[in-house]
Design a protein around this ligand. Structure first.
Ligand code: ATP
Ligand code: MG
Length: 428
């Protein structure tokens, strides 16, 4: 027996009509980004492993446990990108495009060796939004205003909520981490072994634990907000003011720290409760020191976020916030009745229609002769119109156009086909 080869665990195929929904959502996002002056940047999926090891943070879950590393034929260590920001900055520095536009976006698959479950996969897609070289906290609010606008357009505002926090500067955070380690050491018995390991490597990650006992313990833990200097507090205050002016609701979550090491000051997450447990659809924040890590002579600010496409699509499907019309998947179905001269004729007519109506979906049937079967096929494909040419039509230089929805049929002279189609399509 032939052993069936299945897809890799945590990696999925997306089939129609999900692909249609995906395309629609992606277009809404792309058009909105253009509308705010963002430029697309296309980036490689494979990068040198050291790029991620150095910049995401050695003790983050991603670098420690989740990266897909491989050796190429030259024994160079490469990694399937687990996230987009580091590769984006590598590109910005390498291509020296700081002087250019400062707002960018990219789109594509990311890879993380995680435990697959609903909304958590090993290959997933993100749309990343990044702004470089701009310091003002108004820029942080721009990203939040923009994403808020996206949720409006995707009709999910009621199913998504915003959490923000300030994690201060790297220096403030180091002071805080010392206190936090002391606290956890005193309360070691309340931590499970997984979190005990994090104490020295990445204690901040314990803050966003989902474990109930740990959540309780955190009530007594030192608070990051008490370690943050005035500059950071002011920036955070400004952001809150702008969000209020723009009527964007938010809550301050003191435990929001984000999974990657490189953030500072403002971090935020758009979350939903409509996918079983609470899940983040979009997360981001400021990363002012990251560019400097990648290139020593470039001291630039950065702020960005990433939208998880699969989770967003799951949310839109669950809440039925968008209903795509899939009554007609094909606009015109061409039916030649003979596999000889008539087929050649209809192939030429097909190209003529396509060049006049580049947005239409046009299919040709190759069943020949049995008209009934061909009409059944056209209905199966969800076609709106059929165009039929048989011997009689050839003799008369005419063409039959039938509307499968209204069941009405007209016969038009061959040289008036495009004219008639224009009239018919205007009315639908
Ligand atoms: P989580 O806390 O859910 O693991 P994260 O903090 O690791 O998320 P980010 O690295 O900020 O996520 O990525 C941004 C977004 O990408 C997430 O909010 C989510 O929508 C999506 N995402 C992250 N990891 C996965 C995954 N394994 N499968 C599907 N989507 C994901
Ligand atoms: Mg994660």
């Amino acid at each position: 027996m032939i052993k069936k080869i299945t897809s890799v665990s945590g990696m999925h195929d997306y089939l129609f009509p999900d692909t249609l929904l995906w395309e629609h959502i992606e277009n809404v996002i792309k058009n909105t980004l253009k509308n705010y002056g963002y430029q697309e940047i296309k980036l490689p999926i494979l990068e040198k492993s050291e790029l991620f090891k150095k910049n995401i943070g050695e003790y983050t879950d991603i670098v420690e446990k989740e990266m897909y590393n491989l050796l190429d034929r030259n024994k160079d260590s490469l990694t399937l990108r687990p996230e987009g920001t580091t590769g984006f900055l590598r590109s910005i520095v390498e291509n020296n495009i700081f002087y250019n536009n400062r707002r960018f976006w990219y789109n594509g698959p990311m890879f993380r060796y995680e435990r697959p479950q609903k909304g958590r996969y090993r290959q997933f897609n993100q749309i990343g939004i990044e702004i470089i070289g701009l310091k003002s906290p108004y820029i942080d609010s721009e990203i939040i205003i923009l994403t808020n606008n996206l949720w409006k357009k995707l009709n999910i505002t009621n199913n998504i909520f915003l959490e923000i926090n300030s994690i201060g500067s790297v220096i403030d955070r180091q002071k805080y981490i010392i206190e936090l380690i002391l606290f956890f050491k005193k309360n070691l018995k309340f931590l499970d072994s997984n979190n005990q390991q994090k104490i020295y490597n990445n204690p901040l990650r314990i803050l966003d634990s989902k474990n109930k006992n740990i959540k309780k313990l955190l009530n007594d833990a030192p608070k990051l907000k008490n370690f943050i200097d005035k500059k950071s507090t002011d920036k955070f205050q400004k952001l809150c003011e702008i969000l209020n002016i723009m009527n964007i609701k938010f809550t301050i979550n003191n435990y929001l720290v984000r999974g990657l090491d490189y953030y500072n000051d403002i971090v935020f997450e758009w979350k939903t409760n409509s996918l079983g447990t609470s899940k983040t659809i979009c997360g981001g924040g400021r990363y002012d020191k990251l560019i400097n890590k990648i290139s020593f002579n470039k001291d630039k600010n950065g702020v960005g976020c990433a939208i998880g496409m699969e989770r967003l699509i799951l949310l839109i499907k669950n809440t039925e916030s968008i209903k795509l019309d899939i009554n007609f998947l094909i606009d015109i179905f061409l039916i030649p009745m003979e596999n000889n001269y008539i087929l050649k004729k209809i192939l030429i007519i097909g190209e003529l229609i396509r060049s006049n109506f580049p947005k239409l979906r046009i299919l040709t049937s190759y069943l020949f002769k049995n008209l009934k079967k061909q009409i059944i096929q056209a209905i199966k494909y969800k076609s709106h119109f059929i165009i039929i040419i048989g011997q009689k039509e050839i003799n008369n230089n005419s063409i039959i156009i039938k509307d499968l929805y209204s069941k009405k049929q007209i016969i038009v002279p061959e040289n008036k086909l495009i004219l008639n189609l224009k009239k018919i399509l205007k009315n639908i």
